[in-house]
Write a protein that binds this ligand. Structure first.
Ligand code: ZN
Length: 173
């Protein structure tokens, strides 16, 4: 029996409904509403997220990257403040720590420093001399200020120095 040409069959009266359902399915598969900006966007404007039923994040990529930048910025500032507060709070601890460190490794540190100095003596002298020549007036001023500031220390040092040498010369004599 030859096939009849296509005729509208009442059995398919719900074809309209089917089409609508299909359209809706396609719409919900292909589009999504961003829970942040509220815009309806193509599904690939949302990142993959296995934890979500539809496999995509609820917030669109644009919003997420904005959020990410915001997060980064705020956390950067927060971190900086935190760090500064930590350093402030631990100033005393750090002072004690480095003091202990110097006490424990003082000899080693001194040795390293003097070794470094001996190895670089000439270069250091040259550099200092050059600095002095380039900044003569400032150096003179600085020295004056230093002497003024350390008057007591210098006096004490000289007193001890004289005492030691007096004793030494008396010892020889
Ligand atoms: Zn969005």
């Amino acid at each position: 029996m030859a096939k009849k040409p296509y005729e509208f069959d009442t059995r398919y009266s719900d074809v309209e409904q089917d089409l609508q359902d299909r359209e809706h399915r396609i719409k919900t598969i292909c589009f999504k509403v961003c829970s942040k900006c509220g815009e309806t966007k193509l599904i690939f404007k949302f990142s993959l997220d296995k934890r979500n039923l539809d496999g995509r994040t609820n917030i669109c990529k644009a919003c997420r990257s904005r959020e990410g930048l915001n997060y980064y910025y705020h956390n950067r500032v927060k971190m900086l403040i935190k760090n500064r507060e930590y350093l402030k709070a631990n100033k005393e601890n750090r002072r004690i720590y480095s003091k202990r460190y110097r006490e424990r490794h003082g000899e080693q540190l001194k040795e390293n420093a003097s070794k470094w100095y001996l190895e670089n003596k000439e270069a250091i002298k040259k550099r200092n001399l050059k600095y002095y020549q380039d900044h003569k007036e400032a150096c003179k001023q600085y020295r004056k200020l230093w002497i003024e500031k350390n008057k007591e220390r210098i006096r004490e040092y000289n007193r001890e120095y004289n005492l030691k040498h007096k004793i030494a010369s008396q010892g020889i004599a």
